[in-house]
Design a protein around this ligand. Sequence first.
Ligand code: BGC
Length: 508
Amino acid sequence: MGKVGFGTAVGIAVVTCTVAAVVVGWRLRSRMKWKRVVGVLRELEEACGTSVSRLRQVVDAMAVEMHAGLASEGGSKLKMLLTFVDKLPNGNEKGICYAIHLGGTNFRVLRVHLGGRRSGILRRDVERMPIPQHLMTSTSEDLFEFIASSLKQFVVGEEEKDSELSSVSRSELGFTFSFPVKQVSVSSGILIKWTKGFSIADMIGKDVSECLQQAMAKKGLNIHVAALVNDTVGTLAVGHYNDEDTVAAVIIGTGTNACYFERADAIIKCQGLLTTSGGMVVNMEWGNFWSSHLPRTQYDIDLDAESPNPNDQGFEKMISGMYLGDIVRRVLLRMSRESDIFGPSSSRLSTPFILRTPLMASMHQDDTPDLREVARVCNDVLGIPDVSLKARKLIVNICDIITRRAARLAAAGIVGILKKIGRDGSAGVAGSRTKAASSGGKLKRTVVAMEGGLYTNYTLFREYLEEAVAEILGEELAPFVTLKVVEDGSGLGAALLAASLSFISTDT
Ligand code: BGC
């Protein structure tokens, strides 16, 4: 080999070695980065752990807090609000009632025609409209002006369809208002605080029904608010209307909450409470539940600190649809800061609430082999193009961890209620049987009415929740507890309650 040939060979060898070193170095660095990301994932998985023993601690804490909230005003983060609903609809309700529902993302108006004597619901017309974003933080006057004019539009439309309606001098209405309210009576109450992104300062402390009544009067509507109810209470009403074994209702949607039927003598903070049935529905406002047993991560802490209501609604912030997507976004943001697995950092990933929970659910439930939906959401919503398949799988994993934790915590909450009312078999299955023996020897069938988009539309969430309820209760008791989806409980329930409370009930 000549000098030139030798030089060329050396040159090629040097270049090859350099390229190899660069490639090896790059691979090493990328392996290190991937390792860091996997580390973040493992840490998340561990911090979100919901073993059955931990869930049982949450069950116990929920039952203890329920007792405390019933014992004294402010005795617990669980408000355990009286609803003055002491009798649930039984199927005898008859007549035409209007209902409106102001809750999370939508506002709904309904007209319900009840047949009475168990002939059920004869007709139901519903109109749903998104609540204009600006109204959620505007003034009470603006909000109720919007509600009353939407209602008027609906009523006029209904009267055009059914001329008999215009001859009715005054109509009854059930108002579902899905926020914490201190009820003064079954038809009136004062707003305690806002949740779920609403923030209308002048409304706090005001009587919600009065605001609506005034707004309706201004529109010339002769409608009387016969019932003011939380959405959980409406759901319990419909659940009980359909199935008398229904003892509690749970909503898991934009927000989360539960209510149940409590014995009057257990409501110690209201001594001497007299009710016709000996009991009353209690609105727990469980979104504000807190316990040191809840598996909290730094992402939850940051989300809470940056929210408009820090130190508030802690349980809700780990469970409900308003927040799950944003927890996932926070994990992705940390990963993208610690590595380049998502390519150059995207500013959209730093935008709070850009990843809405329905999108997170669609990534989680993406069943295409190459996770096309994950890629689409990354590209279109998060501004991250060309995410590798490996990274897409990682995203699915994160969604799974956050959803599984949420669903299992909600399951623990449900069993907590059952424990409080003695339907969880905590006296031991044998103990329950002994108690049950006096009532015919059978364990009691217990139904919990379920509503809310997260529970009804997110299959994996629902499956995780049901699985956890069964795990906590154990295989002997689980078959006696049924979670039953109630369709449109929050709207329909208010109409049913308004009917059962007003003169149009045929109850005898
Ligand atoms: C509210 C509850 C409501 C729940 C579900 C929570 O944010 O505080 O009153 O029942 O959301 O809509």
